[in-house]
Design a protein around this ligand. Structure first.
Ligand code: AMP
Ligand code: MG
Length: 317
């Protein structure tokens, strides 16, 4: 079965082709000086959808008529962006008379990581722009052991980055600056039970007069330590033998090193997928769609759902 998957939750329009193996993973990424403007991002997607799909089909060496099933990211995400992928996926499926399935973006991040690194049953630290959750599969669902109470960690990095003049997404530039930082300065550290809050840290750092490299270093150490603390408690509680870091922020090497050290101290294996699968991508949607269709699963209709939580998805694949 050849499944073509479409990602369009926020800034990336991605098209992936999966048939048991990864055949293509192409994308176009919206960049901006401010935050993501949902309508502008969706217009960017409309403009680039056809060329990204063509590039993916060419890479996979197939035509649209060869595709057996279509998948699209149904949520969570920005409404106007989600609707682009949903419209393209459903229009193609309708035209070619093929099945179409809506995929939960967060679950797809986990599925692609497990496939990429051959992880079996990891505790998952999922950190992206809009989402930050500690998850573990238990009784057929990814249970949320801890999560952000306000914004996602990636958004925290991006908002702070904007305040010091960095372009969106700011995470990679902050990582580079942080590597040059030497002195650690205390910033607000906000862990509430198993949950995290970033707003106070972002406000304090955005107003700070600390030199940029030291500030980025201090920001990263603080925000990553918060995640390590709750991940460690979840690992001890669940007794899982694997820890996997996924999502856009998982591309950060310092975060990977901190979690890896913690996992080692607990005798757990640590995994982090390749960057092309941590950044939003079409392949992860194709892969989860492929798994769902193979397991004959269809999630509640085809309407997009901006607030679709990870723990609402019954995992039957
Ligand atoms: P996603 O929402 O999964 O597409 O992830 C996008 C988020 O990942 C943005 O907030 C980026 O700033 C963040 N990000 C990307 N690369 C890095 C990095 N190297 N370090 C920290 N954050 C990153
Ligand atoms: Mg994502």
């Amino acid at each position: 079965m050849i499944c073509l998957g479409i990602e369009s939750t926020a800034h990336t329009f991605g098209v992936g082709v999966f048939d048991g193996k990864a055949r293509a993973n192409e994308k176009a990424v919206y960049r901006t000086m401010g935050g993501i403007h949902p309508r502008e991002a969706s217009q960017f997607m409309c403009t680039h959808a056809a060329e990204v799909a063509e590039a993916a089909l060419e890479k996979a060496g197939i035509g649209l008529g060869d595709v057996d099933a279509f998948a699209f990211a149904q949520g969570p995400g920005l409404g106007p962006c989600l609707r682009v992928g949903a419209a393209v996926g459903q229009a193609l499926a309708g035209y070619y008379g093929k099945p179409v399935v809506g995929v939960n973006h967060c679950v797809a991040h986990i599925d692609v990581g497990k496939w990429n690194r051959k992880a079996r049953d990891p505790l998952v630290a999922y950190v992206s722009g809009a989402n930050t959750q500690i998850l573990g599969l238990n009784g057929g669902r990814y249970r949320v052991y801890g999560e952000t109470l306000d914004i996602g960690m990636g958004n925290a990095l991006d908002v702070f980055g904007r305040s010091i003049g960095l372009e969106f997404p700011a995470g990679p530039a902050i990582e580079k600056l942080a590597a040059k930082g030497k002195k650690f300065h205390f910033l607000p550290y906000s862990v509430k039970g198993m949950d995290l809050a970033f707003a106070g840290l972002v406000t304090a750092a955005s107003k700070s007069k600390i030199p940029r490299a030291d500030l980025c270093h201090s920001f990263q150490e603080t925000v990553f330590a918060m995640l390590v603390e709750v991940s460690e408690r979840a690992l001890a509680h669940t007794k899982k033998e694997e820890l996997m870091l996924v999502g856009g922020v998982a591309q950060n090497k310092r975060l990977g090193a901190m979690l890896s050290q913690m996992a080692e101290e607990h005798g757990a294996k640590f995994f982090v997928p390749e960057n092309q699968y941590n950044a939003d991508n079409g392949l992860m949607i194709a892969l989860t769609g492929w798994k769902m269709l193979r397991a004959k699963v269809r999630q509640g209709g085809l309407k997009t759902n901006q607030k679709w939580r990870t723990d609402e998805v019954a995992i039957a694949w």
